[in-house]
Design a protein. Structure first.
Length: 106
């Protein structure tokens, strides 16, 4: 079973989204974010390469994958086989320019 490591930026972005959801839409929407996170993490623990490669990041040296979280966002991650670890690197708001994601992922 793989491990999951959230980068500091991804963790901050996630909690910013949860806080925003709570403030703007209420407790139930905030809870949906947290439930989605647990669902995705469970999937990644069992099957770390199960999500689709992110086409916008195909020119990077790592194989980045992404999955939708709450319809308008993508959770961007990669799997390091040698350490059996999934690194969650970003949460991208898909309403933003694709160039934004490309610049944020080094």
């Amino acid at each position: 079973m793989a491990k999951i490591v959230w980068t500091k930026r991804a963790e901050c972005l996630f909690f910013d989204r949860v806080e925003y959801a709570y403030t703007e839409f209420g407790k139930s929407t905030s809870l949906k974010w947290q439930i989605e996170r647990k669902r995705i993490e469970h999937q990644l623990l069992e099957h770390p390469e199960s999500y689709t490669p992110e086409r916008l990041l195909s020119d990077k040296r790592r194989l980045y994958r992404s999955c939708h979280i709450m319809r308008r966002f993508k959770l961007v991650h990669y799997y390091a086989k040698t350490s059996d670890t999934v690194y969650i690197t970003d949460i991208w708001d898909m309403r933003m320019s694709p160039e934004t994601l490309k610049k944020r992922i080094k």
